[in-house]
Structure formats: C-alpha cells, structure tokens
Ligand binder design. Structure first.
Ligand code: CP3
Length: 346
C-alpha cells in the first residue's frame, strides 16, 4: 500500500504513530514458496543470487509485485558478512549452511577480520540503492543483520544446531574467547548496519533467531551486552526491529537490549507480550507460519484474534512469528494481507 500524506504506514507504526490500517510484511517474503524464486534458483545458486546487485534487486521486488505488502526486505542472508570476516561456508543442498572450519578457540577468534562493508559487501549496498529507486513513493525498504549470538552459534556449531552444546560450551568454559568473539562480531555488525543505512535502507531488523535456546540469566550475562552494544552503535535515524524466536521468556531482556520494535513469535499471546514489554515500544508479529497452510477461514479467524489482542493500539506491525515456510500456498499469502488490511482499517 502506498505512502499517505503522513508517511509510510510501516514506518509510522515503528514509531508508534497512528496508521490508517495495520501494516504487514512477512519474514522470508521472497523465497521458495514463490515459483518465480524457484525458477531463478534453477539458474543460480543462493549465494550467487545474494552477490549480484541486479538479482538481489529482482528477488527483493518479486513479492512486492505480487502482494500489497507494506515494506520490502532486501534479499540477502544473515551469514553474508561472515565470508569477508574469513569464515568459510557453503549452502549444501537441502541442509542449510555448512561451515568448513568451526571456531574452537581464541586463536580462531584472532584470525577473524573486522570488515569494511562498503567494499567487501558492495553488492548488497549497490542492491539497496537500486531497490530504493524502484520503491520510491511506494513502500519503504528494510535492511537486516543477524545478532551476535545467532551468528556466533553458526560459526561455532558449523551449521544449525538443536542443543547448542558447542556454543554454550565455549560460552561457559572459555569466557575470554567468547567475549572476544562477541566483541568482534558486534564491531562488524555496527559497521554493516550503518553501511546499509548510508546505502538507503529505511528500517532495520536485527535477527537473534536462536537466542530462545538460552535461559534468561545466560542471555542477560553472555548476550545482552553485545546486542545492546550493536543497537546503541547503529544510527538512530531509522527504526530497528529486534527479533528472536522462542523468546517469550526473554521479552523484557530483549527490550532492555534495545530496539524500537520487538518481534514476538506465536508461542506467546501478543496482547500479554505487549503489556509485559510496555506500550512505549512497538511490537511485530505474531501469526504461526503454519496457519498459512489454511483454510482461508482459519487465516481470517487468526488475523482477527491477533488484531483484537492488540486493541488497535498504534505501534503494531503484523508479521508471522518466524519466516514463511516453503510450500505455503501463494493465494493464502494474498488472503492474509487482505484480511489484515481489511479488519484493521479505521
Ligand atoms: O526475509 C527475507 O525475505 C529476506 C531474506 C532472508 C533470507 N534469510 C533468505 C534466505 C533473511 C532475512 C534471512 C535471514 C536468515 N538466514 C536467518 C534469520 C531469520 C530466521 O529465519 O530465523 C537465518 C537463521 C539464516 C540462515 C539461513 N539461511 C539458513 C539456516 C538457511 C537454510 C534453511 C532455509 O530456510 O533454507 C538459509 C538459506 C536462505 N536464506 C534461503 C533464503 C530465501 C533459502 C535458500 C534457497 O535454497 O533458495
């Protein structure tokens, strides 16, 4: 939906300003559920796509051409800044990311480089500039990064993990290496996010996807200071969305780490989450991505339930509680967006 006289509804909601309807965008909105995306993936690998400004721009705009979304998110991955830091990985077929030399000790931390994002991830900054021109006057563009804990977990585990034994092992048993690693990643992320702002993004999302594996005490001690450092180090000219999954026990601590908007997953009631967070911060969420498999009547019922729980308070951005899943029916995505706009229209 288009910019109104007052500004873009998505950006107004991030700042808790009243909007004519509740804005919506979807995590992983450009992805495998779209046949146009799958078509491109037959020709290019995922990383090839991420490194071509033209392809990044094209893929970013795919869902925007199809749906009435209120924001675009630049097509990339949270792992992109790791390669220039000296971390080697690949996306193995059907397995997700696989790292060749998982980090084990202080020496490995010392070998990591602090990057110059404008030079070493110039493809991303170039893509942001292209997309901004295409979207001018239509909808705003979101940039993003992973958060230090989630990125550290990939570097240490060597891929996705169920129990984070190696990550927590380093955290508990080698505090000096843990601190040095989190410090270095934080420095890279401050540079990387500020470079995206200079390139033109109008909001940021900070993905701490796997922080929900931590106890509140461990999050507070080993993770919060670094997330806070990054958020404090990012230029305040654009709003920042702080997101994690399985985060219902961490909400107050995430709030303390910072962000203009806190992402809420579906395991917690969004009304209760907002009351706990306080109404001086905006919230994003929180439909279970599986609801999109339908039927449409279920999607509409869940949309109403979530909108009723936030009681029309300014500062709610509708989203899923996590990324849209492969095989999600495309017409159900359109039905979701229509339902949100329709039921929330004032
Ligand atoms: O939201 C968007 O549409 C922007 C693009 C985006 C991608 N990844 C594209 C992608 C964003 C914001 C991400 C973030 C990301 N990447 C996260 C945090 C968000 C989350 O889901 O919690 C994480 C943990 C990653 C790491 C990652 N990238 C994994 C584990 C995988 C493999 C598993 C999977 O879902 O395929 C990826 C690959 C990836 N990132 C794909 C896309 C579209 C699929 C690549 C393909 O095979 O085509």
């Amino acid at each position: 939906m288009k910019e109104t006289k007052e500004g873009y509804p998505f950006l107004m909601a991030c700042r808790r300003k009243p909007t004519p309807y509740t804005p919506i965008w979807l995590m992983r909105q450009a992805g495998r559920y779209m046949k146009e995306y799958r078509g491109l993936r037959k020709k290019y690998s995922f990383l090839e796509m991420c490194k071509s400004p033209e392809l990044v721009a094209k893929v970013t705009l795919l869902p925007i051409e199809k749906f009435k979304l209120d924001a675009a998110i630049i097509f990339s991955d949270i792992l992109i800044p790791l390669e220039p830091m000296g971390v080697e990985f690949e996306f193995a077929k059907g397995e997700g990311p696989v790292f060749h030399h998982p980090l084990r000790e202080m020496r490995d931390v010392q070998a990591l480089r602090v990057i110059e994002p404008e030079e070493e991830t110039s493809f991303l900054m170039g893509a942001i500039q292209i997309v901004r021109k295409e979207l001018e006057g239509k909808i705003p563009l979101i940039g993003f990064s992973g958060a230090p804990f989630t990125l550290a977990s990939y570097i240490i585990e060597g891929g996705h993990s169920n129990n984070y034994v190696l990550t927590k092992g380093l955290m508990y048993q080698n505090r000096a290496a843990w601190n040095a690693l989190m410090e270095k990643i934080s420095e890279v992320l401050i540079r990387y996010l500020n470079a995206q702002i200079r390139a033109g993004v109008q909001a940021l999302q900070f993905f701490d996807s796997w922080a929900g594996c931590l106890s509140p005490a461990d999050y507070a001690e080993y993770v919060l200071p670094y997330s806070k450092k990054v958020i404090d180090g990012v230029n305040k000219s654009v709003p920042l969305i702080h997101f994690a999954t399985s985060n219902s026990t961490l909400l107050e601590l995430m709030r303390r780490a910072g962000g203009d908007v806190i992402g809420v997953d579906w395991r917690v009631d969004i009304g209760e989450a907002w009351a706990r967070l306080g109404y001086d911060v905006a919230v994003q969420g929180n439909l279970d991505p599986v609801i999109l498999f339908g039927p449409v009547s279920l999607i509409e019922k869940e949309v109403k339930r979530i909108l009723d729980r936030v009681e029309g308070r300014p500062g709610h951005i509708f989203n899923l509680g996590h990324g849209i899943l492969p095989n999600t029916p495309v017409d159900h995505v359109a039905a979701l967006i229509d339902a949100v706009h329709q039921y929330s229209s004032k």
